[in-house]
Design a protein around this ligand. Structure first.
Ligand code: T68
Length: 818
């Protein structure tokens, strides 16, 4: 039976009792942190009961399960999310209010579990939310990094990285499960023995190993009593006790094992769309893949005895190539541990694994040097060699005489192990994350593979969960929508369509804009408290928040701000609607250009924000430490959403959808899911600019783009670029921004100057912004555009995405819950 949250009155008492029993304190004397912990336990009580019930139904109903394999789960804070999903948020808020406490301050005590970089990790978290809400049996499998994404401090305009010690105090929403520990082995060598039956036995020797311990986190569905599990793995040394008591002979090996375990799960690699190729990362990959597969097979064999039928109960979805070792490790387990021959093992494996591609960026493609790979995973390497040998035979048979093609497609080539090639070779499904992206995979980046296996390719346009990004982040709008069209949209976002009936209702439009204003005031206060900058909630809030990457073109945005500033100074009489440009972005620690762009944004802000002569028409704010928790407030407050990547580069984007859900109007390129937003909205409710992906791809192919031509054509560009290097924004060191200038113009510094066509799209971007200015001045027209965005957001729920994965790839049945 589903257990409900207690009533407000009961909650008041329970929270007080918890504070007393946990901290031996009266409520009045408790700190906010202690109240947070008490609330977490009260909510946990309900969650745990439902978790137990769900897991019992798993055993009874024996459904097929998806294992979502991901190096990253950017789950964000769980207290608020769990309260919403258990339908107790308002009750807890009221109970706390009765006790004289603001729920926001309590939620703010929770560390923001940042076990991911950006879109890919957050997508995994949204998928888990939707799976539980739609009642599909699922496990998330990942890593319990001790240090997640670093915290960003801005010091004198520069980014500084501070370690994120989120486990410093016990995290209330995880449960250590020592009963499900498994050993994972690294290094050593493989010896083989011929068996009397003619088969060969492979024996792994001389290895180092660690024990993988899972920590389970509950993933609650919305109002249905379903609780799935996210298992994140931590490592501990196998021999720790013997080492301590000096019983063991091989002291050195024990020390090695200890260090291996200590380093493995220590820290998340903070790169988004970029792979460094460090051995420790390969270790992390094998570690969580091996442990997760062992647990999955173990669970299967507890209730079944025919391992050949594994695909009827289990599917592994690989979130990008990071977990591609799933392929070879599953082969190893099936052959070496469960006695299958190659063909049977391959049959099972290729029906159990599917692959999602998230990028076409060359620097994000995973390739491991063969020697590192072989040294670390000798048995896995042997298996990869055999997969590769058979795969190359298959290519030859299909395309006789095309040796070039075999070389291009091979898994092992040029001294490297190409993970995407293995994922496509073994996966029964290969999907992109937006329609345009999938077309580019089929026709350009993975064209060879598409020719070979057209039936494997399919598209699954990304989505986001409306429970977190509207109900939790923007409860005022959420309540308003409930008043207008009921609650159906909470689990069926397509019902937002009903809001179209309000598009000509002036009163509703006014209420809608009043809510936006309230949210802007909330953000303005946050900005004042954190940045000391006073921004006018009546100005246009124009927002770009996402990881900092050159292809996402924060540079285009800030160059445009510099241009606007010039215009306002030169033409003070100009009719300009005051605008606040808001940025938030972390740059990978070693990404110099990205870090310099952050400094540029801050320096431009410092000059503009302090220039009294422009009468507060322009403000520039850089929000420090952009993360899931503050993102929710930022989306709620945005008027304009900047989605301005170079066309073809952003596989999908999901921030674009979160803004749309919150009634911001997009300025964007025809890239990723923007294309589908445009289709849903019609051209009049979105501002599209810039080159198409076809044009970009053609320029890249023909090498015929010269940014100097763009500069020479456009005096505004000339002025802005000169201001990059004349000390305008860096009086002490006029050369500070020279690398940015060079990246745009100087062919000697990069492979191709202005790799991401910033100057090429500049004029068109300025024009689109002028149209925004015009549109915003007509308040009613703007309200209609913004509300249209909410009304047409239905497609972009992760519930829709998950249903498509289920229908086309996973073929799961819903768990029945009473
Ligand atoms: C993002 N990728 C895509 N990668 O850039 C974005 N990469 O367009 C898409 O919407 C999103 O995935 C979800 O599909 C990433 O976020 C990474 O974070 C990453 C991490 C490690 C290595 C490479």
């Amino acid at each position: 039976m589903k257990r409900q949250m207690p009533s407000t009155k009961e909650l008041e008492r329970e929270i007080k009792d918890r504070v007393k029993s946990m901290f031996r304190k009266d409520f009045e004397d408790a700190t906010e942190e202690e109240i947070y912990r008490a609330c977490a336990e009260v909510v946990n009580d309900v969650v745990i009961d439902n978790w137990l019930t769900t897991q019992k139904e798993f055993v009874k109903q024996d459904p097929k399960c998806v294992y979502y394999m991901s190096m990253e789960f950017l789950i964000g804070r769980l207290l608020g999310n769990n309260m919403i999903n258990m339908r107790g948020y308002t009750e807890v808020m009221d109970a706390l209010a009765n006790l004289g406490v603001d729920i926001n301050l309590i939620e703010d005590q929770e560390p923001d579990p940042a076990l991911g970089n950006g879109g890919l990790g957050r997508l995994a978290a949204c998928f888990l939310d939707s799976l539980a809400t739609l009642q599909y049996p699922a496990y998330g499998c990942g890593i319990r990094y001790h240090y997640g994404m670093f915290k960003q401090k801005i010091n004198d305009g520069f980014q500084e990285e501070v370690p994120d010690d989120w486990l410093q105090t016990r995290y209330p929403f995880e449960l250590q499960r020592s009963e499900y520990e498994f050993e994972v082995k690294f290094g050593g060598w493989v010896r083989y023995e011929n068996q009397p039956d003619g088969s060969t036995k492979y024996i792994h020797e001389g290895y180092n190993s660690v024990i993988a311990t899972p920590y389970d986190m509950p993933i609650t569905g919305f109002d249905n009593g379903m609780v799935n599990t996210l298992m994140i793995w931590d490592a501990k040394p196998k021999e720790v006790f013997r080492l301590a008591s000096f019983e063991r002979g091989d002291y050195n090996k024990a020390v090695e094992d200890m260090n291996l375990a200590r380093n493995l799960t220590e820290v998340l690699y903070p790169n988004d769309n970029h792979i460094q190729g460090k051995e420790l990362r390969l270790k992390q990959q094998y570690f969580f893949v091996s442990a997760s597969l062992q647990r999955a097979i173990d669970k299967y064999l507890r209730y079944h005895n025919d391992i050949m039928r594994l695909p009827e109960k289990v599917v592994f979805q690989m979130n990008d190539t990071h977990p591609t070792l799933t392929v070879a490790e599953l082969m190893r387990l099936l052959m070496d541990e469960h006695g299958l021959g190659w063909d049977d093992a391959w049959e099972v494996t290729t029906h159990c694994v599917a692959y999602t591609n998230h990028t076409i960026m060359a620097e994000a493609l995973e390739k491991w040097p063969e020697d590192i790979f072989k040294g670390l995973l000798p048995r896995i390497y042997m298996i990869v060699e055999e997969i590769n040998r058979r795969f190359c035979e298959e290519i030859k048979a299909k395309f006789p005489g095309d040796d070039e093609k075999v070389h291009r497609m091979a898994i092992l080539a040029d001294g490297q192990v190409k993970m995407a090639h293995m994922a496509i070779c073994a996966g029964f499904s290969v999907n992109g994350v937006a329609a345009l992206h999938t077309e580019i995979l089929k026709n350009v980046s993975l064209h060879d593979f598409y020719e070979m296996y057209p039936e494997k390719f399919n598209n699954k346009t990304n989505g986001i969960t409306q429970r977190r990004f509207l109900m939790h982040g923007n409860y005022k709008l959420s309540d308003w929508v409930i008043k207008k069209i009921g609650r159906g949209w909470i689990t069926d976002l397509s019902q937002m369509e009903k809001l179209t009936m309000l598009l000509d209702d002036k009163k509703s439009l006014q209420q809608f804009m009043d809510i936006k204003l309230e949210n802007k005031k909330r953000l303005a206060k946050y900005i004042f408290d954190h940045n000391g900058i006073a921004v006018d909630p009546n100005s246009i809030f124009d927002v770009q928040v996402k990881r900092l990457h050159e292809y996402k073109r924060q540079l285009l945005n800030i160059l445009h701000v510099m241009y606007l500033y010039n215009q306002i100074k030169e033409h003070p009489e100009m009719d300009f609607y005051p605008t606040t440009f808001i940025f938030g972005a972390k740059a990978s620690a070693g990404y110099e250009n990205a870090k310099l762009i952050i400094k540029l944004i801050n320096n431009v802000g410092a000059v503009i924000n302090n220039d009294k002569s422009i009468d507060n028409k322009l403000k520039v704010v850089f929000i420090e430490d952009y993360r899931v928790s503050n993102a929710e407030w930022i989306f709620a407050a945005a008027d304009v959403s900047e989605q301005i990547s170079t066309a073809s580069k952003e596989a999908s984007g999901t921030g674009n959808m979160k803004f749309m859900l919150n009634g911001a109007v997009t300025i964007g390129t025809m890239d990723g899911a923007n294309v589908e937003m445009y289709q849903e909205l019609g051209g009049e409710n979105i501002f599209i600019f810039g080159m198409s992906s076809d044009e970009v791809i053609a320029h890249e192919k023909n090498h015929d783009y010269n940014p100097v031509d763009e500069m020479n054509k456009n005096p505004h560009i000339q002025k802005v670029l000169s201001q990059l290097v004349n000390g305008n924004y860096s009086i002490d060191n006029p050369e500070l921004f020279r690398p940015i200038y060079n990246s745009l113009l100087n062919t000697q510094c990069t492979e191709r100057a202005d790799t991401y066509f910033v100057l090429k799209d500049f004029a068109s971007y300025c024009e689109a912004h002028e149209k925004i200015q015009e549109a915003y001045k007509d308040r009613e027209k703007w309200a209609r555009m913004a509300l249209s965005n909410v009304a047409h957001v239905g497609k972009f729920s992760s519930d829709r995405t998950i249903q498509e994965y289920v229908d086309d790839i996973w073929h799961l049945d819903k768990l029945e819950l009473k």
